[in-house]
Design a protein around this ligand. Structure first.
Ligand code: RB5
Length: 144
């Protein structure tokens, strides 16, 4: 079965999101777009929470989120028990956020990285496996 990926952004990330949807669909992924789809100012929790809910319900395998800094999205998404949202701005950290943290949402700061870098981060994160072992033990200790 195809990997089903949710994607969301605020107004700071919508153009990168539009490009990433085309990129991912071109690679054969099924993509569910939670918005926003234009430059009008909006509030990132309005798209982050619905995407997180869908991942927690098992309707999606994972997600991608973009805002200006990435922090609003990461902070919002990590309020959900079933979400491990990790911020990446380069390929090394995009790999590590999967290898060590098993992030099920990749968050990127659209105002601080190029579109090409966003594509590279997404490709790296999707292709990198979780290492498990001691990292699973640490993840198991996260919930409060
Ligand atoms: C929007 O101006 C900006 O605050 C938002 O994209 C994000 O960086 C918030 O964390």
């Amino acid at each position: 079965m195809n990997t089903k990926i949710g994607i969301c952004s605020d107004h700071a990330g919508w153009e990168y999101k539009a490009g990433l949807i085309k990129y991912l669909e071109g690679k054969g992924y099924e993509v569910v777009n939670f918005g926003t789809d234009g430059p009008e100012s909006m509030d990132y929790p309005d798209v982050a929470h619905p995407m997180a809910d869908a991942i927690e319900k098992g309707e999606l395998d994972c997600g991608i989120a973009l805002c200006g800094t990435g922090n609003g999205m990461a902070i919002t998404l990590n309020h959900h028990r079933g979400i491990r949202a990790g911020l990446a701005w380069g390929t090394a950290i995009a790999a590590l956020v999967k290898q060590h943290n098993n992030a099920n949402v990749l968050v990127m700061p659209a105002r601080f990285i190029s579109y090409r870098m966003a594509v590279s981060c997404v490709r790296t994160w999707l292709q990198t496996p979780f290492e498990g072992g001691r990292h699973q033990r640490r993840i198991d200790k996260i919930p409060v």
